[in-house]
Design a protein around this ligand. Structure first.
Ligand SMILES: Cc1cc2nc3c(=O)[nH]c(=O)nc-3n(C[C@H](O)[C@H](O)[C@H](O)COP(=O)(O)OP(=O)(O)OC[C@H]3O[C@@H](n4cnc5c(N)ncnc54)[C@H](O)[C@@H]3O)c2cc1C
Length: 426
């Protein structure tokens, strides 16, 4: 595969990271994207109702997301992620009116657990140890089988954190994915858990600098170019169709399919892919955050789950929100605003708002769906897959998407294979 052009199809985070990695290694890259903009599920746009630029959805990264941070360093925008210097998480319980701060120490030994004021109110030290043991789970069984999913510690810590990371009710989610996510963050100590947000917007942090970087490396970027077919001959892709246009591939050319799973399957029908998805709902209010509002706040016993404070707006995330799709939008906005007014003391008058529902935000992180995730390596000699839905061993996240892009690039370059035939990811 050396020497030819690599066609990367799909300019979401997986496709962008594959393209960046390939271009950085001096490969000829053409990036094809169906939409008129890049970024996929991680992008910004000018919202006409609010008359400001907002993100399609609030995205949280943690400092332990090493691949994502490496990608941002490569494209020169890692400094655009903002957050506190240490792992601090603010929470509010709407039922009891309590507010608390979870403060993790930097190292791997969780000393914070031994300070009553640093723990979740109403929880006891030994409950945490029971939970940590469950988090070592590596089997693809429901999380509810390995951990008691009830009680204050679960409701006030594990459920909000896991629901956000998995975008699926934790007790029904894959214990393997929940465990992997927690081992890389909480298990690695506070230094891996600092919350980080693209305060200037997703596109100006994750997408636009990548396009600039790629263009500077000589990569060609084709927006508005929708892949409609892949011709296979003798176990390899020999041509790509973009509507009426057919592009024959040279012997050394390769293809990274970084499109959503249902598109990948349409192009390559023998692929088995996840086919059950969950919605993420975001509500954006055009209001400046209150003076003492943290960058991020977890809400317990509310409809709102996580509240993000941007310079000129406040946004709420609700995960696994399919149950809310039939609710009238006005009612939803009013209910959420009432909760925000109660937590932050905002005036009762509701500001301009926008609700964005991403219906196929992520695949459902259940054991059944996890089992359907294909490897990046395919049986076709010049095709690799990328996307948060491929088997990254993580839930569908930016970190997973970047790793998948890197892995696809590695497969194409055949440079990072270990003696065991596995691909090392850096
Ligand atoms: C609302 C929301 C909130 C989220 N919050 C978080 C969070 O807090 N933290 C986190 O880490 N992750 C979060 N995620 C998940 C994260 O956004 C995704 O994991 C990541 O963006 C997936 O990237 P991808 O490249 O795998 O897929 P996509 O972004 O879906 O990219 C696929 C690309 O392929 C293109 N395409 C489709 N068909 C074709 C075709 N035929 N030809 C050419 N191109 C095509 C699409 O237009 C798209 O650009 C969130 C997602 C959503 C939707």
């Amino acid at each position: 595969m050396n020497g030819g052009t690599v066609h990367v199809v799909g300019a979401g985070i997986a496709g962008l990271s594959a393209a960046v990695r390939l271009a950085d290694e001096g490969r000829k890259v053409v990036l094809h994207e169906a939409a008129r903009f890049a970024g996929g599920r991680c992008r910004s746009y000018h919202d006409r109702t609010l008359d400001i630029r907002i993100d399609n959805g609030n995205h949280l990264l943690l400092s332990g997301n090493h691949a994502a941070i490496d990608y941002l360093r490569r494209i020169g925008s890692s400094q655009r992620l903002k957050g506190p210097d240490s792992a601090i998480f603010d929470f509010a319980d709407l039922a009891s009116g309590e507010h608390w701060q979870l403060r993790l120490n930097d190292g791997r030994v969780p000393w914070w657990l031994f300070k009553a004021g640093h723990r979740v109110p109403g929880t006891r030290l030994r409950e945490y140890f029971a939970a940590f043991a469950a988090l070592r789970a590596k089997t693809n069984t429901p999380f509810g089988d390995v951990m008691n999913c009830s009680g204050p510690l679960y409701e006030r810590l594990w459920r909000p954190v896991l629901l956000a990371g998995l975008n699926n009710e934790p007790r029904e989610s894959s214990a393997r994915l929940a465990g992997a996510m927690l081992r890389e963050t909480l298990g690695a100590g506070g230094q891996a858990c600092r919350p980080m947000v693209a305060l200037e917007g997703l596109s100006s942090t994750f997408v636009d600098p990548a396009l600039t970087h790629l263009a500077a490396q000589g990569a060609r970027i084709r927006l508005g170019e929708r892949l409609s077919g892949v011709e296979i001959e003798n176990g390899r892709a020999v041509a790509l169709s973009f509507g009426k246009e057919r592009k024959a591939l040279a012997q050394n050319d390769a293809l990274v399919m970084a499109v959503p799973p249902w598109i990948a399957q349409k192009m390559l029908p023998s692929l088995v892919v996840p086919d059950d998805f969950r919605t993420i709902l975001n509500i954006h209010f055009r209001v400046e955050p209150s003076a003492d509002q943290p960058l991020l706040l977890g809400v317990v016993n509310g409809l709102a789950e996580w509240v993000f404070a941007y310079r000129d707006h406040v946004s709420v995330t609700i995960s696994s929100a399919d149950r809310l799709l039939s609710e009238p939008r006005e009612r939803l906005a009013a209910r959420i605003w009432e909760e925000l007014a109660k937590i932050f003391g905002f005036a009762a008058r509701q500001p301009a708002w926008q609700i964005l529902s991403e219906r196929r935000a992520t695949f459902a992180a259940t054991p059944q769906q996890d089992a359907k995730r294909p490897s990046a390596r395919t049986s076709w000699t010049n095709i690799a897959l990328a996307g948060d839905w491929t088997q990254t061993d993580l839930p569908a996240t930016i970190e997973g998407a970047v790793r998948s892009g890197y892995r696809a690039a590695s497969i194409i370059m055949k440079e990072y294979e270990t003696a065991h035939g596995r691909v090392a990811i850096h």
